[in-house]
Write a protein that binds this ligand. Structure first.
Ligand code: MN
Length: 715
C-alpha cells in the first residue's frame, strides 16, 4: 500500500477537499454536496476492496476523477468517475445510482460499466465487440468514452502492480489496440501518447528500454542544437510577430517504433529529423510564419502538408513543412495557432479544458456533427472485420440507418428500408443507371432486395442498361429516386422520338411514301411544330393523331384499316412510360395477375409477354430491350382477351352449353372460330374477355366440367 493511499484511507475528508479545490479553480458554482455524496458513496461501497497494489479500492476512482478534474471536465463526469466501478464490482446497482444521483449520472455510469464488462474469448470478436460497444456508448454521450479513457489511463499508470504477467500484457495489448487509437480518433493526442508509452513498455519491454535509452541519448547530445534552433526561429520571426512560441518536439517511443517498423528504417535516420512546433496567435499568422520560414530555409516539397485548409477528420489542423536548416540538417516544423494547438492535444475534450465550462455534447449535436460521424465510420473501417463488427453490435445510435459494404469493404450507410438498387445509386448515379443485377453476400438477388446491416453488396452493371420506370416503385432514397426520374425524362424523350419515327414510317409505307425532307416539312407545317424532333416526340406520345396524318395523304373515304391490333395506352401496367405504345404478344396472351415482362420492338413499341414465354429466349442477349413490368392490381377492372381452344362433342346443345357457361362466369365472347368439324367433334377457338388470370382459370375449370366438352386448352 502506497503512503498516499494509506493516508487517503485514514483521512478521506482531506482528499475530498483537494478534489474540491481543483474543480473550483474552473467551476465556481460547484455543487459541493453532490461531489461529497458521490465521493463517500464510492469510498464506503469500496471500503473492503483492495487494488492489486494493495491500495484501498476507492483510491482508483478518486484518481480517475482527478484526471478529469485536471482536464476541467463537468461535475457530472467527475461524479461518474467516482462511481464508475461500483456497479461493475457489484457494490451498487443501477437503480441505487439513479435514485441517489439522478438519471443522467446513472446513464453515464451504465455506459462506462457496459464498456468495461465486455470480455469475449475470441480476440477478433472481442476487439470488434469492444469497438461496437464504444460506438454505441459514445454516440449517445461522448463523455462515456472520455471517462473510460481516463479510467484506462489510471489503470495503465498503475499496471506494474498487476502480478500476473499474462494479464498485464493482455491489458496493455488491449490498450494499444483499442483505447489508444480511440483516443487518437477523438483527437486526444496527449492521452494517446501516454497510453501508448505505458502499454508499449509492457508489450515489448526490451524494445521499449533500448529505444527509450537511445532517444534520451540523442535528445541529450542534440540539446544544444535544439536550443539554438529555437532561438534561431524566434529571431527570424521576432520582427514581425509577437508572442510566438517555439518548442522542440520530443520523440515518442511508440510512434518512433512504429515508424521504424512501417518504413523499416534505422532509429538514427528518424532521429536525424528534428521536429519543432511554432504556435502563433492566429490562423493568418500561420501562413505568414510559413512564408518567413520558407524564405529563410528551403523546403522539401513532398513533405509539405496544409491541414489548415483541409483539416483531418478528427478536427486536427496545422501546417506541416520540412526544411533544410543550418548545416543541411532536415527539420520538421508544425505551425499552428493556439486554438489549433488545443484541439491537437485534447481533441473533443478541448471544449472542457479550455472553455472552463462543463461542455456537454447533445445527441443532436453529435448527429449533426458530420466530422464526428466520419470518425465513427473510420472506427468501423479500422475494426478490421466490418461485417462482424456490425453483426456483433446492436447499433441503435443510427437506428434509422443500416450499414453495408462494397466488395472492397468500404462502408456505405443507408436509410433503413433501402434496397440493393438504392445502394447502387449511393455508390454512383452512373452505376445505378446501369444496374442489371446485384449479389448480396455473394448470392444473386433482386434489385428490390431490402438491405440489412452488414450486407456486402456487389452491383452488376451493363452498358446497355437504362433506368426502368418500375424502379421508382421500390427505390426509397432521394438520391436514387431523383436520378431515376431524371434519367427517365432524358430517356423518355429519345424513346418517344424513336417511336414517332417508326409510326410515321409505317403510316407513309401504307400510302407508298417516304419520309423525305419535303414530306416532313409539309407535315410540320400542317401540325404546327417547329422542329422534326418535337414533331416526332408528339407523334410518339400520341399527341398527333396518326389518322389525321394519313388523311393528309388519302381522302377520308379510303380510310386506312389498322393492320395491327393496337392497344389503348391506359393499361393497368406498372413500368410503362406514359404514352409508350404497347401490345400484348400473340404468342402467350398474358392476363392481368400473371407475371409479365416487356420487350421493346422496333415497330410495335413494347410487347407484353408472359415471363415464361418461349419467345423470350430470343432476347436473352439484349437486356437493353427488356422492361420490368407488373400489373397494377389497384386500378379498376381491365378486360383482356384470351383464347381458348376447345374440342367439343358434335351434338345438339353443345354450343349452347359453352356460351351459357361463359356468360355464367361474367365473361364475354369476342370471337368464335371453328377450325375443323369432324363426325364426332368440333375443334374451335373461342376468344373471351376476362378480368385476370384467376377469372380465366375459373372459366377453364367450369368449361372442363361440362360433359359436352372433351378438351379445354389455353392458347
Ligand atoms: Mn476503473
Amino acid at each position: 500500500m502506497g503512503k498516499t493511499s494509506q493516508d487517503f484511507y485514514k483521512n478521506p475528508d482531506k482528499y475530498l477537499l483537494k478534489l474540491e479545490n481543483r474543480i473550483e479553480k474552473y467551476n465556481k458554482s460547484l455543487d459541493k454536496d453532490l461531489l461529497k455524496k458521490a465521493y463517500f458513496f464510492s469510498f464506503n461501497r469500496h471500503l473492503f476492496q483492495l487494488r492489486d497494489s494493495g491500495d484501498p479500492y476507492a483510491y482508483h476512482p478518486y484518481e480517475v476523477a482527478k484526471i478529469l478534474a485536471e482536464l476541467k471536465f463537468d461535475l457530472k463526469s467527475i461524479v461518474t468517475a467516482l462511481l464508475h466501478d461500483t456497479v461493475e464490482d457489484g457494490v451498487a446497482t443501477n437503480c441505487e445510482i439513479e435514485n441517489s444521483f439522478g438519471k443522467e449520472i446513472s446513464y453515464l455510469v451504465e455506459g462506462v460499466t457496459k464498456l468495461s464488462k465486455l470480455q469475449l474469448p475470441d480476440k477478433e470478436v472481442r476487439e470488434a465487440s469492444n469497438f461496437s460497444k464504444f460506438i454505441i456508448a459514445i454516440s449517445k454521450d461522448i463523455r462515456v468514452l472520455l471517462i473510460k479513457l481516463a479510467d484506462r489511463l489510471h489503470n495503465m499508470r498503475t499496471i506494474s502492480y498487476v502480478k500476473e504477467k499474462k494479464r498485464k500484457v493482455n491489458i496493455a495489448k488491449e490498450t494499444l489496440e483499442v483505447y489508444a487509437p480511440l483516443a487518437g480518433r477523438v483527437g486526444f493526442q496527449l492521452m494517446r501518447e501516454e497510453l501508448e508509452t505505458l502499454s508499449f513498455k509492457q508489450t515489448n519491454p526490451i524494445a521499449y528500454q533500448s529505444l527509450n535509452k537511445r532517444i534520451n541519448y540523442l535528445n541529450d547530445i542534440n540539446k544544444n542544437f535544439v536550443q539554438d534552433t529555437i532561438e534561431n526561429i524566434k529571431k527570424i520571426l521576432s520582427t514581425d510577430f509577437h508572442k510566438i512560441e517555439v518548442y522542440g518536439r520530443q520523440k515518442k517511443v511508440y510512434s518512433t517504433w512504429k515508424k521504424m517498423q512501417s518504413k523499416s528504417i534505422a532509429l538514427e535516420k528518424i532521429s536525424d529529423i528534428y521536429a519543432f512546433r511554432i504556435i502563433t496567435r492566429s490562423k493568418d499568422d500561420c501562413y505568414k510564419v510559413l512564408g518567413k520560414i520558407h524564405m529563410k530555409w528551403s523546403m522539401v516539397p513532398e513533405r509539405f502538408k496544409d491541414f489548415i485548409s483541409t483539416p483531418k477528420p478528427n478536427g486536427y489542423s496545422s501546417i506541416h513543412t520540412t526544411v533544410i536548416g543550418p548545416d543541411g540538417i532536415q527539420m520538421e516544423l508544425q505551425i499552428r495557432s493556439i486554438e489549433m494547438h488545443k484541439i491537437a492535444d485534447y481533441g473533443v475534450a478541448s471544449h472542457w479544458i479550455y472553455k472552463n465550462m462543463g461542455y456537454k455534447y447533445s445527441k443532436k449535436e453529435i448527429k449533426e456533427n458530420n466530422k464526428w460521424f466520419q470518425d465513427v465510420i473510420e472506427i468501423i473501417k479500422a475494426a478490421g472485420g466490418p461485417r462482424e463488427l456490425i453483426e456483433h453490435s446492436r447499433i441503435n445510435m443510427y437506428s434509422d440507418n443500416v450499414f453495408c459494404f462494397t466488395p472492397k469493404g468500404d462502408v456505405i450507410s443507408m436509410v433503413k428500408g433501402s434496397t440493393a438498387l438504392d445502394f447502387a445509386y449511393a455508390i454512383h448515379s452512373t452505376i445505378g443507371d446501369k444496374t442489371i443485377g446485384v449479389k448480396v453476400n455473394g448470392n444473386l438477388s433482386t434489385l428490390n432486395e431490402i438491405i440489412s446491416n452488414g450486407d456486402q453488396i456487389e452491383v452488376l452493371v451493363s452498358k446497355g442498361q437504362k433506368p426502368q420506370p418500375n424502379w421508382l416503385s421500390f427505390c426509397v432514397t432521394g438520391k436514387a429516386r431523383s436520378q431515376i426520374r431524371k434519367s427517365l425524362r432524358d430517356h423518355e424523350q429519345d424513346e418517344f422520338e424513336k417511336l414517332g419515327k417508326e409510326i410515321l414510317k409505317n403510316i407513309l409505307l401504307d400510302v407508298n411514301k417516304r419520309a423525305t425532307k419535303k414530306t416532313l416539312s409539309m407535315l410540320i407545317n400542317i401540325f404546327n411544330y417547329t422542329t422534326y424532333k418535337s414533331f416526332y416526340i408528339a407523334l410518339g406520345r400520341g399527341e398527333v393523331n396518326s389518322n389525321l396524318i394519313l388523311e393528309t395523304f388519302v381522302p377520308k373515304s379510303l380510310k386506312y384499316e389498322t393492320r395491327s391490333k393496337k392497344v389503348k395506352n391506359r393499361l393497368p401496367i406498372i413500368g410503362l412510360t406514359k404514352g409508350q405504345a404497347v401490345n400484348f404478344a400473340d404468342c402467350c396472351n398474358p392476363l392481368p395477375g400473371e407475371n409479365i415482362v416487356g420487350i421493346l420492338t422496333e415497330k410495335k413499341g413494347i410487347s407484353v409477354h408472359l415471363i415464361n414465354c418461349s419467345v423470350l429466349e430470343r432476347f436473352t442477349n439484349f437486356p437493353e430491350l427488356w422492361y420490368e413490368l407488373t400489373w397494377d392490381t389497384k386500378s379498376g377492372k381491365y378486360l383482356q382477351t384470351a383464347r381458348i381452344s376447345l374440342t367439343v362433342q358434335n351434338k345438339v346443345g353443345s354450343f349452347n352449353k359453352i356460351t351459357s357457361c361463359i356468360s355464367k362466369l361474367n365473361s364475354n365472347i369476342v370471337d368464335i372460330k371453328i377450325n375443323k368439324r369432324e363426325e364426332d367433334f368440333f375443334y374451335m377457338d373461342v376468344d373471351v374477355q376476362v378480368a385476370d388470370s384467376k377469372h380465366f382459370n375459373d372459366l377453364l375449370v367450369s368449361l372442363k366440367l361440362e360433359d359436352a366438352i372433351y378438351k379445354v386448352e389455353r392458347v
